[in-house]
Each structure stands twice: as C-alpha cells, then as structure tokens.
Write a protein that binds this ligand. Sequence first.
Ligand code: FAD
Ligand code: N01
Length: 547
Amino acid sequence: MSTSQTKPSTVDVVVVGAGFSGLYLIHKLRTMGMSFRVFEAGSGVGGTWYWNRYPGARCDVESMQYSYSWDPELEQEWRWSETFAPQPEILKYANHVADRHNLRQHIEFNTRVEAADFDEASNRWTVTTSNGESISARFCVMATGCLSSPRAPEIEGADSFKGPTYHTGAWPHEGVDLSGKRIGVVGTGSSAIQAIPVIAEQAGHLTVFQRTPNYSIPARTTPMNDAYEREWKDNYAERRDIMRRTAAGNFYERAAISAQDVTPEERQQVFEERWAVGGTRFMTAFNDIGTNAESNEAAAEFVRGKIREIVKDPETAELLVAKDYPIGTKRICADSHYFEAYNRDNVRLVDINTNPIHRITPNGILAGDEEHAFDALIFATGFDAMTGTLLRIDIKGRDGQTLNDKWEAGPRTYLGLMTAGFPNMFMITGPGSPSVLSNMMISIEQHVDWVSDCLAHLQDSDIHAMEADLAAEGAWVEHANAVAHKTLHPSAASWYMGANIEGKPRVFMPYIGGVGTYRQKCDAIAANGYEGFVLNGQSPRVEAAAE
Ligand code: FAD
Ligand code: N01
C-alpha cells in the first residue's frame, strides 16, 4: 500500500472512493496521463461489496450483467459461480480487477476525505483528509457511492444493550458467529430480506421488527450454467450495447404492452411466468406497472397472493403483505426463501406499528409491552442514501457556500454530474442521474466515461473552470421532477424520496427518465460544447438541456 509521504500535494484530480466507480476512474485517469490521488475510507477496494458483508448479501442484477465492460479479456476470463453472485465473489472480482490493472498502488486506504474547499482565484480545490494532509487539485471527482452511509435509528437506550450491535452496511470483516444465539433484526428492506433466511438457519431464535412490509420476488439464483455463460460471452459486446440503451441498463425481455390490454386470466398467466423465472424483472411483465395504478395494483395483488400462499400462519402472512404503497415504488426486493423463513419455529415477526419499540434495554428491545431478550442486535435499517455521504464531507464551493446549504431543500444538480456554484467538482452517479434505478455498472461506466472525456476536453482546450449553469440546473431539476411525477414512485415513503431520514427533504432523488434516454442527453450536451455548463466563465446555450 502506498503512503502519502511519497505522493505529490498538487495534482490534476482527487478521486474520493475506491468502489467500482473509483477503480474505473483510476484506470481512465492513468491512461489519460493525468496526475491524481485517490482516497478510500475503507482498508480495501470494492465499496458496497467491501462494507456490506452481512449473511446472504448478493447482487440482484444477474452476474453476467453486473460486471465491467471496459476489459473485454476479463469479461471472457472471469467466471461467476451463480446466476446472481454472492457478495464475497463480487468483492473478489473487485480485488481481481484492482490487481490485474495495478490500481491498488494508486489508492490511499483508511483515509477519509473530510473537507474540500474551492478557491476561486486559482480555480483549485483544497482537499483535506483524515490524515490532516491538504492536497491541491484542479478537479475533484466524488466516487463516494449512493448507498455508502449506513444509518441506524436513534432509539433510546441503544448504548445500554449488553450484547454486540451490528449494521448490515458495516458488517464485521471477520464475520459474526450467530449460531444458537437469540438475534433481533430491525428492518425489512432489501438487506434484511437477504439476511433473514440465512440468519434464521444459524440463530437459535430470530425476532424481526418490521415497520413496513416489502414486496419481494424470489431471485431463483442457480449455479452458473455453462451454455448460458457461453451465450453471454459470445455476445457480450452486442448485449452491453443494448443494455446501455434500455431504461434500467439490464438485458432482459421488457413487455411492450399494458396490463390493461390483456384479460385478467392472461395477466395472471404472465405474472405466474415472471414469478417462475424470478428476479426483479417481474416489474417489467407489463410496460405500465410503474405508471398505471391499476396495472400496478394487479401486480401487487399477485405478489400478495404468493406471500399468503407461502406463509403458513395467516396472521403473520397478513403482516408481511404490503398494502400501503404501490409495488416497486420502494426498491423491489429479490430474495432467497425470505417469506419461507417465517414458517420456521425459531422465527417471529413483530409489527412495530402495533408494538412500537419504546427503547433498547440491557437485555434487548422493549416493544409494546414485551421485552424481547437478545444476544445480538442487527440493524438492517438502510442508508442516508444519495446525498448523505457527500454531505458528510465539508464541501465549500464558490463564495464559501457549503453543499449542505445549497442542498438544504434537496439535491440540485445538472444531470447528477455537477452542481452550480461548485466548479470542477464532478459526482459519479450523483442525485439527478439514473444511478440507483439502474444496473449500476452501466451507470457507473457511463458517468466515468463522460467525466473522463470531459476532463480530457478541458485539458486540451485550456479550460480551467467548469461548472453547471444555474438555469440549466434548474431546468434539469424541474425536468427530473416532472418525469418522476409521471410515475407512481413519489407516492411511497421510500429512501428514493429521502423519507427514511427524519427531516430529510422529500424529493425524488434519482432520475427516472431511463439510462438510454439519459445517456443520449449527456452525449448530446457534450457534443454541443458542454451545453448548460459554464466554461471559463462562458456559458454555451442552455435551452436545449432538459428537452
Ligand atoms: P460504493 O461502492 O459505495 O463506493 C464508494 C466508496 O467511497 C466506499 O468504499 C466508501 O468507503 C468511499 N468513501 C465515501 N466517502 C468517502 C470519503 N469521504 N473519504 C474516503 N472514502 C470515501 N447495484 C446494482 O446495480 N445491482 C445490485 O444488485 C446492487 N446490490 C446492492 C446491494 C447492497 C447491499 C448495496 C448497499 C448496494 C447495492 N447496489 C447494487 C448498489 C451499489 O452501491 C452499486 O452497484 C455500486 O457498487 C456502487 O459503486 P460506487 O463505487 O459508485 O460506490
Ligand atoms: O435499506 P432500506 P437496505 N425503526 O432503507 C427499516 C440496495 N440493496 O439496506 O420501510 C424500524 O431499504 C425500514 O422501514 P421503513 C437497494 O438499493 C440492494 O435494506 O422505512 N424500522 C426498512 O424496512 C436497497 O434499496 C440489495 O418503514 C426501521 C429497513 O429498515 C438499498 O440498498 C440488497 C427504522 C431499511 O430498508 C437499501 O437497502 C441490499 C426504524 N427507526 C441493499 N428505520 C440487493 O439485493 C428504518 N427501518 C441488490
């Protein structure tokens, strides 16, 4: 591992984060011959897959699709063991990429970027790290991740608990022996839904505290089939190209008809087929599940029926059935025997709406009028998503304005790539871009490619300062909101809306216009001389940006 003593304190670019975004950035910047430094808070590469080591963690995008496309030889060589890769294998892949391309030498691990100040006179950022070092950089690229600030609720008495407490998003690297123990899990989102069936097998007893039930589709992961893998490898370039132009960056069949255009029997048949195939592609069984309330309700009701079939105890089944929000408006989950776990004698579900958590006690959790005793507590309570990690860095832009102040009423960006008043600072998969609504490998590569091309352009054209034009940003925010409000998404209290954090502004943060459409816009904007951005104080045309 490199040490900062040998590194220059003045560079072209500082990159924050060494997940899949940061790793690809290093590769690009090195090829471009730019000087750079990369800081990573963790002790290794992989980001999400480095931190989220909870039992059962795995991808819900198919393995053959959740990988880099920029190394075609690796694409052919790498072998995934299952159709949906487990976390250890994805982490191994990230490490393999880092070693294969000698990326690790460029990363300063265990180093958190704490502040970034923009100096208008020099058009440079001063980046301060947890080592107390200050680095001067022309550009700052935040590859800090959308789901990288785990968050546990503030519950009275949390410090009094005698046993260990874990968060799924910051799981101990050495693993946790849960065998025979009494475990309490708070939360029933994607992480919990993956973890619960595995924990149930290990634990002596498991109690799950649920606030909102979730819709989940069986992932149906299987060992990798040689013929299937071969088919992918023979067609990778063509398929990736198709994926880049789709709505969500995935390669699978998306129905072109409305659920309203078929009979109820035909609809049921289609849902049955999708359920049998498994995975989140269930949501594309018809083309209007995300936009038409009736079509959505048909899909939701189908899933409710499946849960009632799987879970033997009718009261538990009813608690597990989501009724208050449209399917897919909170992140749709993919599971491996989640609902079946509640048929086990050692698993109990506690609905905290009727039995509120009063406090954490030395022995466990007091919910309703019952104290539940535990040996360990697990919070699967999610993240301060999309903005939390950026806002934890003390970022000051033009005129000393902080990012926290600028985003007080919610994130405002142009394309999710830059935010006005913060020149030369780029975000990878920032709020206002498709990011978390897509196969993120596709979105990460698109952003890294776009930013790298942009940096090359700035360097070649002797442009020292670039920032989002305020009017273009306003138009983009308006456009992104308008597109979101054509869907059912804003109706749910989801983390997409910031609703999982008390006091966080309620704004639909990702861009739901589709990765293909979004890519076209980004490409057109670059081709038009970076329309909607201010370059060296000059603003090209802005009016077409949000068309
Ligand atoms: P991250 O992987 O989050 O990496 C960001 C890195 O930046 C982290 O290592 C962090 O330590 C570092 N960092 C942040 N702030 C600082 C700082 N101030 N100083 C220094 N370092 C800092 N996406 C999919 O497309 N498909 C999936 O199936 C899928 N499954 C997921 C499962 C889980 C459990 C989670 C949490 C997310 C999942 N995602 C999935 C989203 C996933 O985050 C992305 O796919 C992708 O891994 C993000 O890569 P990244 O490099 O952009 O960000
Ligand atoms: O987090 P979440 P996550 N008291 O926010 C509950 C990705 N991911 O880590 O819904 C009690 O979804 C909260 O309840 P409610 C994916 O993008 C992907 O599970 O707010 N409960 C909810 O049940 C995903 O969406 C995979 O009412 C509280 C849960 O905790 C994102 O990461 C796997 C509470 C949090 O769910 C985040 O997923 C894992 C409180 N005070 C993650 N506060 C794949 O499969 C919160 N909750 C690809």
